[in-house]
Design a protein around this ligand. Structure first.
Ligand code: GDP
Ligand code: MG
Length: 307
């Protein structure tokens, strides 16, 4: 890596983009984190937490791979849904490699068949990752391999465990070997091109969804209004607003005597401090914005559907 300059293309150096696609919850974000070994994308027990195309940049001596974690692909019912699907389509056509992630523990199902069908029309080479191998026995894994082969013709099918890291180095090698020769797009030490504010918002969103369990829908949006240095040395002040669609949802997020909001704030602050490497004061508010998902202007303003 030493001596590599931005935009330079040493002989044999490869660079390009790889996009993850797969049903919600198959482990795309976990895999991206395992590859980057830093918290670039946000993991949640709940599906469809990732709304933006989060990028992780991995630079080695021989290649630079930019990984994109696409949001879930699903039948659009709202302006937000349409926006998400448009992002996915554009992403797949533009990248150099598609990594189609399938859940070996859950088993190949109709959701995977739907995605495989979408991929038929995409010229980009597709590698299949059979994830969560730590949860399945050898024979079950064999059966899932057969089921994946029945979905279409893919360049390669690779069993991995995003959780333990098994097979992940092989995946990185396979991906980089399929990138075209090209220059360095990002500085070698950069791991993500997401602004800090987006990462901060995603952390708050993940905590809110997880701590309230099924009680607030995915229609919450988190906006970082401001991040500033506090007067006190080495401390950041972060103002965050959580938008919900109904008063009842606001009530759930705030909780009895503010207990829920306090807990969300405490957990989020801890993680944001670690991410930013600084002490953080988090000012967390909840506001009601009726039916924002159905209004394209608001979907845009809240930062969803951006490339
Ligand atoms: P995404 O929706 O595809 O981005 O999925 P996530 O990365 O958010 O993962 C969904 C859930 O599956 C989380 O609870 C992860 O911890 C879990 N998970 C992901 N990969 C693995 C794996 O290889 N093994 C196991 N046991 N769990 C995994
Ligand atoms: Mg995800």
């Amino acid at each position: 890596m030493d001596g590599l300059q931005l935009g330079q293309s040493p002989p044999g150096f490869r660079s390009g983009f790889a996009s993850f696609i797969g049903r919600p919850n198959v482990g795309k974000s976990t895999l991206l984190n395992q590859i980057m070994r830093a918290k670039v994308s946000i993991i949640s027990e709940r599906p469809q937490t990732t709304r933006n195309a989060v990028r992780g940049v991995l630079t080695t001596e021989a290649a630079q791979a930019v990984f994109i974690d696409t949001p879930g692909f699903h039948k659009p019912r709202t302006a937000l849904g349409q926006k998400l699907n448009a992002v996915v389509h554009v992403t797949l056509a533009e990248v150099d490699v598609v990594v189609f992630v399938v859940d070996a523990a859950d088993g190949v199902g109709s959701g995977d068949a739907f995605l495989a069908h979408q991929l038929h029309n995409v010229r980009t080479p597709v590698l299949v990752v059979l994830n969560k191998t730590d949860l399945v026995a050898e024979q079950a894994l064999e059966r899932q391999m057969v089921a994946v082969r029945a979905l279409g013709s893919f360049e390669e099918i690779l069993p991995v465990s995003a959780k333990s890291g098994a097979g992940v180095a092989d995946l990185v090698r396979l991906v980089t070997s399929r990138l075209p020769e090209g220059p360095l797009f990002y500085p070698p030490d950069q791991v993500t091109d997401q602004p800090e504010s987006v990462l901060v918002a995603e952390i708050v969103r993940e905590k809110a969804l997880r701590l309230t369990r099924d009680e607030v829908p995915h229609s919450i949006a988190v906006v970082v209004e401001e991040m500033r240095e506090a007067e006190e040395e080495g401390r950041l002040e972060v103002d965050v607003i959580v938008y919900v669609e109904r008063d009842s949802q606001k009530g759930i997020l705030i909780g009895h005597r503010g207990g829920m909001l306090k807990q969300i704030g405490t957990e989020a602050r801890r993680e944001i401090s670690a991410l930013l490497g600084s002490r953080v004061h988090l000012d967390l508010r909840v506001k009601v914005k009726r039916d924002w998902q159905r209004q394209p202007g608001l979907v845009e303003r809240f930062g969803y559907g951006r490339q």
